[in-house]
Design a protein around this ligand. Sequence first.
Ligand code: NAI
Ligand code: UGA
Length: 463
Amino acid sequence: MAMIAYKCPDIVVVVLDINEGRIAAWNSDKLPIYEPGLDEVVKACRGRNLFFSTDVKKHVAEADIVFVSVNTPTKTRGVGAGKAADLTYWEGAARMIASVSTSSKIIVEKSTVPVKTAEAIEKVLRRNCADPGVDFQILSNPEFLAEGTAIADLTNPDRVLIGGKDNPAGHAAIEQLAAVYAHWVPQERILRTNLWSAELSKLTANAMLAQRISSMNSISALCEATGADVQEVGRSIGTDSRIGSKFLNASVGFGGSCFQKDILNLVYICETVGLKEVAEYWHSVITMNDYQKHRFVERVISSMFNTISKKRIAIYGFAFKKDTGDTRETPAIDVCRGLMADGAHCVIYDPQVGADQVHQDLATPKFEWDHPARAGSAVIGRDEISIVSDPYEAAHGAHGICLLTEWDMFATLDYQKIFENMVKPAFIFDGRNTLNHAALREIGFIVYALGKPLDPFLQCAYN
Ligand SMILES: NC(=O)C1=CN([C@@H]2O[C@H](COP(=O)(O)OP(=O)(O)OC[C@H]3O[C@@H](n4cnc5c(N)ncnc54)[C@H](O)[C@@H]3O)[C@@H](O)[C@H]2O)C=CC1
Ligand SMILES: O=C(O)[C@H]1O[C@H](OP(=O)(O)OP(=O)(O)OC[C@H]2O[C@@H](n3ccc(=O)[nH]c3=O)[C@H](O)[C@@H]2O)[C@H](O)[C@@H](O)[C@@H]1O
């Protein structure tokens, strides 16, 4: 929304949220999320044509176009629990829109939703609006930005996708929204489809992206077993223009608020329409991701002589990727839990993630994190974790370092100094393959690099 305000000075954008704390933060000097370049965009138009407010009803009533971007988490209870999308927040928003609308509006699905959601939303809108003269045109306009690169992705999108009804009113609504994006996006990159294609394209795009990572992660295990190098394999296959070079980095597992949620949602939809084999196919992407996180933990334990009980392990990075403070579904949660379950003491350092967030994440059951009222309050023992604000302190006295997020700063630390203050043998487990492994070995570290030929020391330990 900030980008629309930035690129379209003739349009007034009001961002609404029922969460007062968040809106206060959007109106302050410290925005509630860390995203490179976002501060500048917000500050350039806040108070000009970009406003943040909790007065949801007033501003929705006045709007011509309403983008609904509320959370659509995985259901945690009832039918479809653990897979289906929970549309409680969406339906709540639709009921509120209907109840305050006295003029016709375009309702844009910006959240990622199951295919056919527009049909349900339309029914809710129509049945709850007192004024029969009010028309709602529903469009699907899924968002493809990635966190950490959001500003670049929005400034220069590969495509903007708009789905609408295949009738004159639907076409007119599509063109109205297309005109907003046309302020800065070339026409040929604004794709128009029917509603269901747009909804399903979003789930498919995320499923395909996650599938690429799971495919490379599966190959990383085979590389370790055979002496091949997953980065060399990635480079070799990525030069095939049909495959392409992006999204081929093996990792300790993909995280983030959407990949897992959207694949589970896709799986659930397939099961609901009786496509068992299709559901199983997509579910294997999640199975492989869980396997990769588990495999990493097992490597750490087996390398350190099959016991990590009471050993201090430094965790470098807790966010789900670099350049974000977001920890939703970060692989670090499962890795830390796995290490703690074996008795390790994890000392966590992340340049953008604070202690409260780490404690909350490690104490919150799976899928509950996206339901704010149910976020965990269990206390993690002092013996199990510490959170520090300095990477050198994290590694001081540690037996091993697990690099879980590829923050650029980790590549430039003084590893000689770090090595000198660690217990020997000193281990580094690079879950992102971002460090200079040869230099680390030269210093004296025992290095495990994901999907790379195994260090002879580790081969012995493992066998
Ligand atoms: N985070 C991302 O990078 C991307 C997210 N998406 C999709 O966008 C949607 C939102 O994602 P996030 O922004 O990450 O979630 P979020 O949980 O950070 O934000 C959702 C916000 O909606 C607010 N909200 C809930 N009900 C409301 C209501 N009735 N009226 C006003 N505000 C209400 C919540 O208070 C919350 O602040 C999801 O469907 C997600 O799949 C899609 C592409 C990228
Ligand atoms: O629907 C969404 O929310 C968004 O989900 C992803 O964006 P995001 O999760 O923000 O970040 P990604 O760059 O896709 O990374 C996701 C996870 O995959 C991991 N990853 C990514 C690329 C890779 O090669 N290997 C790999 O392990 C990252 O480290 C991270 O944990 C998609 O890339 C966006 O297009 C989409 O809009």
